[in-house]
Design a protein around this ligand. Structure first.
Ligand code: NAD
Ligand code: IPM
Ligand code: MN
Length: 366
C-alpha cells in the first residue's frame, strides 16, 4: 500500500522522537511491502522562529493533502513569554481545529514488564486497560474571547460547548465501549458547570442507542482519585477537552512514564493526526535520552486507524513489548535489572525486532 505521511517534529524532544517513528515505519514498509513517503513541515516554536507563525499555511496545506500526520511535540521556555498568537501551543490547537480532529483517543495500557515501574502498587496497576476519549476542539481551549481586561487585572476564558459537539464525541465513545468491555464512564463537573449539565443530558439521551453499554457519571475530582486507586474499574472514559488533558497525564503514571502514552486525534472520516501525550520535555531535550515509545505507539495507532494495517500495527506494538521484555528502556522508566539506553539505541532495538519478526514470523526467536 502507498501512503503519504506528513511529519511535524515541532520542538524539543518532538524532533528526536519523530525520527524514531520514521525509522520504525520505514523498516515496516520494507518488510511488509508498503511505500511510505514522508514530508517534514514546521510547527510550534520552530515555525515561529522560521515563519513568524506557529502554524504556517504551507504546513496546514501539506497536512490536508496527506494520508495521515505524525506530530512530535511543541513548546519550550524560549517561547513561553511570546504573545498568545505566537505561542507554539497555538499552532497545535489551530491544526487540531483546522483539520476538524475532535476525537482524541488516549489508550492507557500497562506493559507487563513495567508493572513495577509505576510508583503505584503493582496490585493496583495490574489490570488497568482503559481508553480516554477526550473532546479536542471545543471547551476552554477555544472559548471566545480569551483575553485580559482592565489593564491586565481581569481575565476571561470561556467554556463553551454545543449539543452537536457533545453528541459526536459521546457517540464515538459509546462505539469504542461497544468494541471493548462495554462500560462507559462520563466524566464531568455537573455539580457546578452548565456545560457539564448539558454533557450529562446528552450522555443520558444517547444511552438508549447503546443498550449493551453500561454508563456511569463521575465527577472529575473523584474520577482523578479513582483513576489511581482503582484504575481497573474503568473501560472507556469520555470527557471534555481540559479534563481529558489533565486525566491523561495522570493516567500515564499507571504505565510507568508519560513517555509511554500514545494518542490519535481523529476526524469523523477516519483522517488522523497522531501524537504522543507528552510535551517537548525541555528538561531533557537535546540529550538523546527521550523515550521514543509513546511516539512509536502513536505510529502504531496511525497504522491501525488511518491505514487499516492491523497486522503492521500489531507488529509495532509487539516490538515495544519485546524490547521492554528484554529490559531495554530509557531513563524515565525505572526497570529493575534493565539496560538503560538512549533514544537511538532503543529505536534500533525496535527496528531489529521488526526485521527479525518478519524474517522468522515468530517472536520467540527474535
Ligand atoms: P512534558 O510532557 O514536556 O514533560 C513533563 C515531564 O515528563 C518532564 O520531566 C519530561 O522530561 C518528562 N517526559 C515527557 N515526555 C518524555 C519522554 N518521551 N521521555 C522521557 N521523559 C519524558 O510537560 P511540561 O514540562 O509540562 O511541558 C513542556 C512543554 O511542552 C510546554 O511548552 C508545553 O506547552 C508543551 N507540551 C506540548 C504538548 C504537545 O505538543 N502535544 C503536550 C504537553 C506539553
Ligand atoms: C496535550 C497538550 C496540549 C493540550 C497543549 C500543549 C496545548 O498538553 O496534547 O495534551 O493541552 O491539548
Ligand atoms: Mn497535555
Amino acid at each position: 500500500m502507498k501512503k503519504h505521511i506528513v511529519l511535524l517534529p515541532g520542538d524539543g524532544i518532538g524532533q528526536e522522537v519523530i525520527h524514531s517513528a520514521q525509522g520504525a515505519l520505514t523498516a515496516l514498509a520494507e518488510e511488509y511491502n508498503h511505500t511510505f513517503t514522508f514530508e517534514t513541515h514546521d510547527i510550534g516554536g520552530t515555525a515561529v522562529d522560521l515563519h513568524e507563525t506557529p502554524l504556517p499555511p504551507s504546513t496546514l496545506e501539506a497536512c490536508k493533502n496527506a494520508d495521515a500526520v505524525l506530530l512530535g511535540a511543541v513548546g519550550g521556555p524560549k517561547w513561553d513569554n511570546y504573545p498568545s498568537h505566537l505561542r507554539p501551543e497555538k499552532g497545535l490547537l489551530a491544526i487540531r481545529k483546522e483539520l476538524g480532529l475532535f476525537a482524541n483517543l488516549r489508550p492507557v495500557k500497562g506493559f507487563k514488564k513495567l508493572l513495577h515501574a509505576s510508583p503505584l502498587k503493582e496490585e493496583v496497576v495490574k489490570d488497568s486497560d482503559l481508553l480516554i476519549v477526550r473532546e479536542l476542539t471545543g471547551g476552554l481551549y477555544f472559548g471566545t474571547p480569551s483575553e485580559r481586561r482592565d489593564n491586565g487585572d481581569a481575565v476571561v476564558d470561556t467554556l463553551a460547548y454545543t449539543r452537536h459537539e457533545i453528541e459526536r464525541i459521546v457517540d464515538n465513545a459509546f462505539k469504542y465501549a461497544q468494541i471493548r468491555r462495554k462500560h462507559l464512564t462520563s466524566v464531568d463537573k455537573a455539580n457546578v458547570l452548565e456545560s457539564s449539565k448539558l454533557w450529562r443530558e446528552v450522555v443520558e439521551e444517547k444511552k438508549a442507542e447503546y443498550p449493551d453499554v453500561t454508563v456511569v457519571h463521575q465527577l472529575v475530582d473523584s474520577a482523578a482519585m479513582k483513576l489511581i486507586t482503582n484504575p481497573a474499574s474503568f473501560d472507556v472514559i469520555v470527557t471534555e477537552n481540559m479534563f481529558g488533558d489533565i486525566l491523561s497525564d495522570e493516567a500515564s503514571v499507571l504505565t510507568g512514564s508519560l513517555g509511554m502514552l500514545p494518542s490519535a486525534s481523529l476526524r469523523e472520516d477516519g483522517f488522523g493526526l497522531y501524537e504522543p501525550v507528552h510535551g517537548s520535555a525541555p528538561d531533557i531535550a537535546g540529550q538523546g535520552i527521550a523515550n521514543p515509545l509513546a511516539m512509536i505507539l502513536s505510529a502504531s495507532l496511525m497504522l491501525k486507524y488511518s491505514f487499516h494495517m492491523e497486522k503492521e500495527a500489531a507488529v509495532l506494538e509487539e516490538a515495544v513489548h519485546s524490547v521492554l521484555e528484554d529490559g531495554y528502556h530509557t531513563g524515565d522508566l525505572h526497570i529493575i535489572d534493565g539496560h538503560k539506553v538512549g533514544t537511538e539505541e532503543l529505536t534500533n532495538k525496535i527496528i531489529e525486532f521488526i526485521k527479525c519478526k518478519n524474517a522468522t514470523n515468530s517472536i520467540q526467536s527474535c
